[in-house]
Ligand binder design. Structure first.
Ligand code: T1G
Length: 692
């Protein structure tokens, strides 16, 4: 049973025990319910304390049970909470560490609540595309007030228990031994009657219609792709305008509607996918990790500076090495400027600013970095430069230091071979801006040690990145897929689209930015350099020449004031360019392609299925470990819309058979050879299966 029962004196103690976070799965709910029945039947018991073992009071309902019969099997969470609230003996919740979602709702059903300071208190359901479904939207406003409750429920952000100490949520804060404090509290109130119930607290909130209308407008603007936040507002509004039971019913209906939505399924996929990405099949969780107490970065450019900030933000001292004083000074000044801008926005205190700036030092001497636990090179993307750097690192770095490369496409095994310690070499591919983008592709070389892999994965969590392991291939996971995405974008231009139509079509399904706006932002010359390499390496890989023609016109993007779009000085807004559109139309004529009307659906299918098909090859080749890893790469590094769950989740939602039949249609068009479904995709489709 995932809840234990014991009697201490004349107080029954029910302890949730369902590691790791005391999720309120069916077995745990049954344990609580049975324990309560025992306590009520035992005449020696005068009060009940309920608490959680381990590192949480409770992290809420067991999300893994959702959309399964267990989720609605009695005793449901509603039934358990009603039993707690209806008990004829006082029930005290002893809250510590984490009380979230259904865990907090359970505590709200108790007559009293005591808590340790520092506990994370939250109703984070909105982050899963749902809302508190066991009375949280009706009870929380009654104990912390409407506005605080609304903010907590719509944001899902945890508040520390001590911040809510002055409210009716907690009857007492307990320093030190929580259980001893809770038992003493229970003894004190054992005979107090009537038993206080949160549901009986009246809410008086004059002029609430105007307040909630304002809240709906604000939330609606923020969360246009997600239905849950607005429903949260409606439910909190119901706590004010409806009788308690009616409000509970309203909330239940809203919850049941949301839990079935594709947006919620996508968010739950993201929740588990992020965590699954940190598990490496052949690297046990208890693999010994090397301590990372200091870092060094080679290169103080945009990437090197951004990478250094990640370490400083995590409290790890970091030394940035440059070859020229001017470049070093410029790099350190840029880092300082970035922190100043964050502070100006009120997102960084002066104290944190000082701490972080002081954790970043500069040097031009390799001797100063030799004792760092990890060194990450972020120098020019050319194998000769990498060779020079890694030979030097191999010479100077202490034994056991991790030697990492930020390369975005080069062969990590070749880089490792420049050293005598290939087992210490790994790829840490950050995404620009490195201090902002969450994705970190952790590139595993053929000889990378398992402890180095485990250490780097743990480090990715420490610096708040989503670490995803990739094998070694040109472009790893993300860039190899985006190359096919870009190829299709170019072909679409030749066949009848203009850049604005392509961008708008893919942005309509939620992409942050279409391929051409993205090119103008990142710099069209980056893709140009890669294609030039491709033309030599893979002469039979066809590309549209439009992107090359654009670069030959010097139109690299925002950095040159013109790219696929025109830009006005100081204005990042893209304006369609007649010059570029004429170039595209002329090019179609030059290559003898008759332009045609292309539907938005075709644009979206060709761009997204290009990602999916290439990913299927990556999975077959073992470059990517699992489909959810590919989704994490695209959700955290390439602006794929979160409410669509990532390319593989999106393909599953569309249905792989439908994906394959669309591809068969495109296989009959230009450059159709690409559209031959990867064997894994064809197999899964034929078997009616999914990637995830
Ligand atoms: N259900 C199932 N598994 C969960 C879980 C949950 N609620 N919370 C965490 N896990 C797993 C997680 O997948 C991971 O598994 C392990 O626990 C450790 O998690 C009716 C319906 C609690 C702050 O949204 O925010 O209640 O990878 O790595 O960093 O209104 O987990 O080890 O196999 O995150 O210490 C609402 C979600 C549910 C809280 C702990 N509750 N969890 O953080 O550990 S819906 C939530 C978290 C609900 C009611 C509704 C965090 C944490 P594995 P972890 P952590």
């Amino acid at each position: 049973m995932s809840a234990s029962y014991e009697v201490k004196g004349n107080v029954a103690v029910i302890t949730l025990n369902n590691p790791p976070v005391n999720g309120l799965g069916h077995a745990t709910r049954s344990g609580i319910f049975d324990g309560l029945k025992k306590a009520m039947a035992d005449t020696a018991v005068k009060a009940v304390v309920i608490t959680g073992a381990g590192k949480a009071f409770s992290g809420g309902a067991d999300i893994k049970e959702f959309n399964s019969p267990k989720a609605t099997a009695e005793p449901t969470l509603h039934t358990v909470i009603a039993a707690l609230e209806g008990a004829e003996k006082p029930v005290v919740a002893a809250v510590h560490s984490v009380a979230m979602g259904g865990g907090l709702e359970l505590a709200l059903g108790c007559h009293y609540r005591v808590a340790s300071p520092g506990a994370q208190i939250a109703l984070p359901e909105v982050k899963l595309g749902i809302l508190p479904g066991a009375g949280g939207t009706q009870r929380l406003p009654r104990v912390v007030g409407v506005e605080t409750a609304l903010n907590m429920i719509v944001s899902g952000t945890p508040a520390p228990s001590e911040k809510l100490a002055g409210t009716r949520l907690f009857d007492q804060m307990i320093e030190g031994d929580l259980m001893a404090g809770a038992l003493a509290f229970a003894a004190k109130i054992a005979d107090t009657r009537p038993l206080p119930k949160v549901r009986d607290i009246k809410i008086d909130y004059p002029n609430h219609e105007a307040f909630f209308q304002f809240a709906r407008n604000t939330v609606g603007a923020m969360a246009k792709n997600f239905p849950a936040p607005k429903k949260c507002v409606d439910c909190v509004a119901a706590s004010v305008s409806m009788k308690f039971e009616d409000g509970l019913k309203f909330e239940r209906e809203a919850f049941l509607a949301l839990v079935q939505t594709s947006e919620s399924k996508a968010l739950r996929h993201f929740f588990f996918g992020e965590r699954a990405a940190s598990k490496i099949p052949d690297v046990p969780e208890d693999t010994a990790k090397r301590p990372i107490k200091s870092a060094a970065i080679i290169g103080a450019g945009t990437m090197g500076g951004g990478i250094a900030m990640n370490f400083a933000n995590a409290g790890i001292p970091v030394i940035v090495l440059e070859m020229k004083q001017e470049a070093l000074d410029k790099g350190l000044a840029t880092i300082r400027k970035n922190y100043e801008n964050t502070m100006k926005k009120g997102k960084l205190t002066q104290q944190k600013f000082d701490e972080r700036v002081n954790l970043i030092k500069g040097t031009m001497s390799y001797d100063d970095i030799k004792d760092a636990d990890i060194v990450i090179e972020a120098v020019f993307e050319e194998m000769g430069v990498k060779e020079t750097v890694f030979k030097k690192l191999d010479e100077v770095m202490k034994p056991g230091a991790i030697l990492a490369s930020n390369t975005s496409t080069l062969d990590l095994n070749k880089i490792a071979a420049f050293t005598k310690r290939p087992q210490d070499v790994i790829g840490t591919h950050f995404f620009s801006p490195a201090n902002v983008m969450k994705l970190l592709e952790i590139v595993r070389g053929a000889k990378t040690g398992k402890d180095v892999l485990a250490t780097t994965m743990a480090l990715s969590k420490k610096i708040k990145k989503t670490g995803v392991v990739s094998g070694v291939c040109d472009g790893f996971i993300g860039n190899r897929m985006v190359e096919q995405y870009s190829r299709q974008a170019g072909f679409l231009l030749e066949e009848g689209c203009l850049s604005e139509q392509v961008d708008k079509a893919i942005e309509k399904i939620g992409f942050a930015m279409g391929p051409f706006r993205m090119g103008d932002l990142a710099g069209n010359d980056i893709g140009w350099a890669i294609r030039k390499r491709r033309y030599a390496e893979r002469p039979n890989m066809k590309y549209s020449k439009t992107a090359d023609l654009l670069c030959e016109m010097g139109r690299y993007g925002q950095k040159t004031g013109a790219g696929w779009y025109d830009y006005k000085p100081g204005d990042r807004k893209p304006y369609p360019s007649q010059l570029v559109n004429d170039m595209i139309v002329k090019h179609s004529k030059d290559i003898g392609v008759e332009r045609r009307k292309v539907s938005d659906q075709e644009i979206v299918e060709r761009l997204v299925y290009a990602l999916v098909n290439e990913a299927a090859y990556l999975l077959e080749e073992g470059i990517a470990q699992k489909a959810s890893d590919v989704d994490m790469v695209y959700l955290t590094g390439y602006g794929f819309p979160l409410h669509r769950g990532g390319p593989m989740f999106y393909a599953d939602t569309v249905g792989l058979l439908n994906v394959v039949s669309a591809m068969e249609k495109y296989a009959r068009g230009r450059h159709g050879e690409f559209w031959k479904p990867a064997p894994l995709l064809a197999k899964l489709a034929a078997e009616g299966k999914t990637f995830n």
